[in-house]
Structure formats: C-alpha cells, structure tokens
Ligand binder design. Structure first.
Ligand code: DSN
Length: 422
C-alpha cells in the first residue's frame, strides 16, 4: 500500500460518486420514514474508522484475538454508557441488526418450538415477531395478537384473554408501526400473571425512552432489544439489555451462539451515540420529535385524512388513504416532490403489502435537522396537497420548490464535504 493517503475518489470513483449522490439526496429531500435518522458526524467518523481492521471475538478482556486493547476500551465504554443511559442491569452491544438482536434474545431464553406471543406484522409488528417466512415463525411457535378493530389500539383486556388461552412462554411487546404509548408496567403485570417472560423490542422508540419522553420498559421486562439507528440516532446496529440474571445467557447466545467477530467500528459508533443521547440537546430533540408529530397529525386530520388510532403519541403516524390512492402510489408521488415516506399496511387492511392502504411517516429525521412546529404545518400542508391532487403537475411543481426551500433552510452535514463525500 502506498504511504500517500488514498482517497476514495481516486481509488473508486464509481462508489465515490454513489456516496456523493446519496449525500445530495439526503440534503435535498425530507427523510420522513420514521425508522430513519441522520447520525451525527461524530458517529459517522467512529463508524468509518480503523476499528474495522481488528477481530475481537469474545468480550472485553476475554478475547480470542490478540491486539484488542482498544477494542476492549471501546466496547467497555459502549456497555457502560448503554447501561447508564437506559438504567439497565446488563447490556450487550455486539448485535449487528435488530433482527439478530431478536434472534439472540429468543435463542438465549427459549427452546426451539416454544410458544411466543407478539404483535401481528399486519397490525404494526415486525418480521422477527413470528412471521411465517422469517426464522422466528419457523423455529418458534408464535401466536399473534393485534390491535382492537374498534379502537386500533392494543387493548390489554383483549390480549390478556389470548394470553390466558395460549399460555405463552414469552410475550413480546414492541412495534414498527404503532403510534401510541406502550404501558410496559401493565404488560409486565399481564406477563407475570401468566408466568411468561416479557421482552420489549423498543427499536422504534429507543430515543424517546432514553430521553424520558416514553415510559421505559427496563424496570418491567426481562429482556429489551433495540436497534441503535432509529430515534436513538446512532449507527446502524442493535443492542440487547436484560436483567443481570440473564446476562450470561444473553452474552453466550450472541457469542459464540449466533454471531462471531463483532463489528467493532459500529460498537465504537454506538458508544458515541450513547454519549450524545445523554446530553440535553438530544433530550430536547426527542421531545420536539413528539411535538412535531402531533402538529403533523393535526394538519392531516384538519385536511380530512383518517389517521390510524386518530392521532399519535410518539414519533410516527399512519395515514389510511381510504382507497383514494394506494400507499405505493402515494409514496411514489411524494418522493417525486422530495418527501420520502413508507407505504404501509394499516390494521385490518384489505389490500396487499406491496399495494397497501396506508403510508407511515414520522418526524425523527426532520427534528434532527432542526425543524419545528412551523415547518410541520408547511410540510403537512404539502403532503396533504399531493395526496389530495396526486396528478396535478402544477401542485407538484409548487410543492417541489417549497420542499427545496425547506431543505436549503435546514442544511445537512454542512461541515462534512471532505469527511463523507470524497
Ligand atoms: N425496517 C424497520 C422499520 O422500518 O420499521 C423495521 O425493521
């Protein structure tokens, strides 16, 4: 290797152009998929670092590789910060994805074929909560619960009846598309009554939980899994937290049970993310995320759109398009004007996942960008205009320039030109 720095733009102009293109796309569009966010430059820097060059199978001070002094320091910092941030007794920070976190949690605490209850994917759950085409549905005996048809909310009285009937070994609480608060204390009471383990998957709401804007599952759950890149605003990756009594089982399930060499660059970036999440600015942003989402919800309701559950208490909301157009067409029209949202099934949807009845959108990334209530009024109005007139070129042109103006007024990664897009 030459001693001269070999910049990406010289080594691989094609991938360099992809990175530059993606940076510009992020700068010039509104990221409203609620599971996405903009990691800080510090997180990006740690993730794109020399920490990627070293194997570190094992755990701090118990490695199967030499050369791990700084790996140990990074992972120990990530673990202690994660525990402090969430008030957890135990944390494993080696998980590569939310799916692998859930796989490891089941593997640690259950046996093949055990019965688990979790939220139906079509009502807002997740693939790894028992979908038949996923490992979870193949290796465990999942029974789904869903929201009430009348309220579209998770009604614990209804779910308790199912729990009594099915007697699961574990109950999973957590969702990918649920706009209301999860009262973990009540879920704990229900699980305890049934003698079931309680696991929370807080991937979507982890940032809100860390900031005290959403109740914490930590006192009430045996095990808590989460991704680190959604509201938590860290690198793409995941964690498992648990009561101390499960620490050994969890760690053994992660390594050597399911994973081998941990992604140490991602672990260093998780440590940075946890530190940032302890700060006042992060807490302010999480409160603002929820406040922004409520304003957005009010705009849609005033403009005559039906929201699943009628509104939101967290960082996301779901619009039922009521067959005016389907969710895919709506998301495509919005992307044309620079607004990126998800097509999404709504509870009791009669359409398919590829052409569902709804869209899912949220405010974490807009809030990271510094946007507040006033901008939400503008953006909500723009979205409503497009959804109400999807074929109008005139409206599209007007909205496109409004979105471009907003993106310019809330610039992204200003200082990052050389750090990222080289
Ligand atoms: N892909 C995540 C989300 O968008 O909610 C869940 O895995």
């Amino acid at each position: 290797m030459s001693t001269m720095p070999q910049l990406l733009s010289h080594v691989d102009p094609e991938i360099s152009a992809v990175l530059s293109g993606e940076l510009e796309r992020q700068r010039n569009t509104l990221m409203m998929i609620p599971s996405e966010n903009y990691a800080s430059l510090a997180v990006l820097q740690a993730q794109g670092s020399v920490m990627t060059n070293q194997y570190a199978e094992g755990y701090p001070r118990q490695r199967y590789y030499n050369g791990c002094r700084f790996m140990d320091e990074a992972e120990s910092l990530a673990i202690s910060r994660c525990k402090e941030l969430f008030g957890a007794e135990h944390a494993n920070v080696q998980l590569n994805t939310g799916a692998s976190a859930n796989m490891c949690a089941y593997y640690a605490l259950l046996n093949h074929g055990d019965k688990i209850m979790a939220m139906d994917l079509n009502h807002g759950g997740h693939l790894t909560h028992g979908k038949d085409i996923n490992f979870s549905g193949k290796y465990y005996n999942f029974v789904s619960y869903g929201v009430s048809e009348k309220t579209e909310v998770l009604e614990l009285d209804e779910i308790r009846e199912l729990v009594k009937e099915h007697k699961p070994r574990m109950i999973v609480v957590g969702a990918s598309a649920y706009p209301r608060v999860l009262d973990f204390e009540k879920w704990h009471a229900m699980a305890a009554e049934a003698g079931a383990l309680l696991m929370a998957d807080i991937s979507h709401i982890a940032g809100l939980v860390a900031a005290g804007v959403h109740p914490s599952p930590i006192p009430w759950c045996d095990v808590v899994t989460s991704t680190t890149h959604k509201t938590l605003r860290g690198p793409r990756g995941a964690i498992i937290m648990s009561k101390e009594q499960y620490a050994k089982q969890i760690d053994k399930a992660v390594f050597p049970g399911i994973q081998a060499g941990p992604l140490m660059h991602a672990i260093a970036a998780k440590a940075v993310c946890f530190r940032e999440a302890m700060g006042e600015e992060f807490r302010r942003d999480q409160k603002q995320t929820v406040a922004n989402c409520k304003v957005l919800a009010d705009v849609f309701v005033k403009r005559g759109f039906r929201l699943v559950t009628g509104g939101t208490d967290n960082h996301l909301l779901m619009i039922d398009l009521e067959n005016r157009i389907d969710g895919k067409v709506a998301a495509d029209h919005l992307e044309e004007v620079g607004i990126v949202v998800n097509k999404n099934m709504i509870p009791f949807d009669t359409r398919t996942p590829v052409r569902p009845s709804g869209i899912r959108l949220g405010t974490p990334a807009l809030t990271t960008r510094g946007m507040k209530e006033g901008e939400m009024e503008t953006i909500g109005g723009c979205i409503a205009d497009i959804l109400a007139n999807p074929e109008s070129g005139e409206i599209k042109d007007r909205v496109k320039s409004e979105i471009a103006e907003l993106c310019a007024a809330f610039p992204l990664y200003r200082e990052a030109e050389t750090a990222i897009a080289v």
